[in-house]
Design a protein around this ligand. Structure first.
Ligand SMILES: Nc1nc2c(ncn2[C@@H]2O[C@H](COP(=O)(O)OP(=O)(O)O)[C@@H](O)[C@H]2O)c(=O)[nH]1
Ligand SMILES: [Mg+2]
Length: 464
């Protein structure tokens, strides 16, 4: 399906800018002869011969411009012969000094020798096409590179190790075996007899396959939260201390705090990491009836933001509690899960004892003093539990693409179940079963459409 790879690619693999060392990577059938024309063992006039370089060993020498003979740098070279390399092809890496100009010159010399500049993600794409990894693992490489938090790093590393891929492969193989037996029954009913017991199949669907898929879909939601950050919106009526709370969480004076109601008019957004978990925090204008057109625009923005939130922090002034304006706001927020934060606990006897109307169903409640920071640890703990609930599995987490494929698989298998219950013919059920098998295959990247690969790999950086 894909043309065999005949060209050799090269790229700078280390990030732009100056560093102690910089790496230029070459991969493909010509990687060795091509790179060796630039490399001389110390004190030797002739370039090194490829067959003298031991795979996976470092060799010290000089990089020279083959035309002028000029020494460019002292460098280490490592060759990794096919198939024992990241791409499964012959790979050569130069570890030179990390000057951007030097690395660009080295890369230009390699391109002069006949290599082509690699496209974004092309090394990983080749690793995938060579069967070194499935598509979920390739996506794990990306997650790992992009990870900005400890949780995201763990998630990428589990994907890269193939944890999700092997679970998906197992389920797909069970379904394939089922489909094969069903096909045999359809095609040769006399010869094979009953190969699939409908009652057992129904049981497997209900007890194993569908619950497994639902679990993966839920994990996909956890994964999205860990990749993008839980969207937290701070909401409340004016002057309860929303901006003060925002600043406390960020530990910086980000949002303007005054005792004048209606101070915050626009959205103030910042990312926040707590215990290795990412959040996107938004402070909003206090919601009230206002005659000021600018404030009203801010209030509209606040409302829109609340609708997109994963969680709302509904801030109440502890001296006022759940007053009428806050009750109106609570009713508006309600479709979104929320946490009640009683602020200004310094101004009341016992903020923990404050009561909420019985109709309120917050996920949690906490009393804080944004002015001094009291109670903030308890709030942070609540936020971390929301972002990474104790029930969250510490396995490889599916991304949006996987999650969508699991939803399709789940829908197809639900149709199989309904068909079984209705006593449909095997050939009708086989169509939906095939859809399920195909969707799981897509997750792994079996028979991938090139545009899917383009979409995935073009998000990578060049050199990976
Ligand atoms: N006593 C006390 N005052 C606070 C506390 N948090 C905020 N304030 C005061 O409440 C007023 C409104 O605060 P602000 O953060 O601007 O409220 P917002 O309108 O909800 O954003 C300011 O004068 C703050 O100094 C607190 O925990 N205790
Ligand atoms: Mg404010």
């Amino acid at each position: 399906m894909f043309a065999p790879i005949t060209d050799t690619i090269a790229a700078i693999a280390t990030p732009p800018g100056t560093g102690g060392i910089g790496i230029v990577r070459v991969s493909g059938p010509e990687a060795l002869p091509l790179a060796c024309r630039l490399f001389h063992k110390k004190g030797q006039e002739d370039p090194v011969r490829p067959e003298t370089l031991v795979s996976h060993h470092l060799t010290l020498g000089h990089i020279r411009d083959p035309r002028s003979g000029e020494i460019l740098d002292e460098a280490l070279v490592v060759v990794m012969r096919a198939p024992r390399s990241f791409t499964g092809e012959d790979v050569v890496e130069f570890q030179a000094h990390g000057g951007p100009f030097l690395l660009r010159t080295l890369l230009a010399l390699i391109l002069d020798q006949g290599a082509r500049l690699a496209e974004p993600g092309e090394f990983t794409r080749r690793a995938f096409l060579a069967g070194r990894m499935d598509l979920t693992q390739a996506e794990g490489v990306m997650d790992l590179i992009e990870a900005r938090t400890a949780a995201a790093r763990k998630m990428g590393s589990a994907l890269l190790r193939g944890e999700l891929g092997s679970e998906v492969r197992r389920l797909r193989e069970s379904l394939l075996s089922l489909a094969t037996r069903m096909a045999a029954e359809i095609d040769f009913p006399e010869d094979v007899g009953e190969l699939v017991d409908p009652a057992a199949m129904l049981r497997d669907l209900e007890d194993v396959y569908l619950p497994t898929l639902s679990r993966w879909i839920r994990r996909g939601e956890d994964g999205m939260r860990l990749r993008e950050g839980l969207r937290l919106v701070i909401a409340g009526v004016p002057n309860v201390g929303k901006s003060s709370l925002m600043n406390r969480l960020l530990e910086q004076e980000r949002s303007i705090v005054t005792d004048i109601p209606g101070t915050t008019r626009d959205l103030v957004e910042e990312s926040l990491h707590l215990a290795g978990l990412p959040f996107v925090l938004t402070d909003t204008a206090g919601i009230r009836e206002s005659g000021d057109p600018v404030e009203n625009m801010g209030i509209e923005r606040a409302r829109a933001k609340i609708r997109e939130a994963d969680r709302v922090l509904l801030v109440l002034d502890a001296t006022k509690g759940a007053d009428a304006p806050s009750c109106l706001l609570e009713a508006e927020i309600r479709p979104c899960p929320y946490v009640v934060v009683f602020n200004k606990k310094d101004l009341v006897e016992d903020a923990e004892a404050l009561v909420l109307p019985p109709s309120w169903q917050p996920e949690a409640r906490v009393a804080v003093c944004a002015r001094t920071g009291e109670g903030m640890d308890a709030l942070k703990k609540i936020l971390c539990d929301l972002a990474a609930p104790p029930t969250m599995e510490h396995a490889a987490l599916p991304n949006l693409r996987h999650k969508q494929a699991f939803e399709e698989t789940c829908a197809a298998l639900s149709r199989v179940r309904a068909g079984l219950e209705a006593g449909d013919f095997w050939d009708l059920l086989a169509v939906d079963l095939d859809t399920a098998i195909r969707e799981l295959g897509r997750v792994l990247g079996e028979h991938p459409e090139p545009d899917l690969l383009d979409r995935i790999f073009s998000d990578f950086c060049i050199g990976k």
